[in-house]
Design a protein around this ligand. Sequence first.
Ligand code: NI
Length: 264
Amino acid sequence: MDYIFDTHAHYDDAAFDDDRDTLLSGLREHGIGYVVNVGASLASCEATLELTKQYPFVYGALGVHPNETGGLSERALQWLKESSRQEKIVAIGEIGLDYYWDEPERTVQKKWFLAQLAAAKEEALPVIIHSRDAAKDTLDIMKAERDGLCGGVIHCFSYSVEIAREYLNMGFYLGIGGVLTYKNARNLKEVVEYAPLSSLVLETDCPYLTPHPNRGKRNSSQYLPLVVEALAQMKKTAPETIIQETTRNAGRLYGLETAAEDTD
Ligand code: NI
């Protein structure tokens, strides 16, 4: 059987302090075979490195979220680049622009977005892009910077079909999570209907964005079957096919072997 690949999680978050080990150790029983823990600040990057050492199925991404770039320095960027050479670090992220939480000022966000894109090129790693209320600026930058990038994913995709088309044409994946199960997610449903399954990957962004009917509770990879179910209905295919395809896509995105095991 194939296991589900959670391409974007934050298990270093304090929301998991009470039961992190129990939860992570039990994921395989729930059909979750791979997790990429995504850094958002320098502290969470360090925690991500620790998690990748503790759990064989946990991989990591190192990067600084746009709203956390205010305190970044060249020295910190250097540390990030060097740390990203560790074996289980598979991407640079999450990086990007966030004009919803409009801080630090946009020139600062852009400066560090560009610097981290350059780091991803130097280290030959794919990128995990966070973009909120910043569709045009993010797309302009990704178009200008795509040469030399080793691909990537637009995480928690929240824009229109027109914007999705631009990213798909550049070969990027779209990250799909709990929002797909929300009644008011008309935009995302249109995008998912439009996009080929070969360009979609599953993600939780946990502890946030818990799928319906558990919305409001803490999210974890255990709830991903609810997103698989929603995706299967929209794509008119079996849940097993959704799992097989999205896990294969995630393996391609992060350069990991995800062949199904025939022994269990
Ligand atoms: Ni995230």
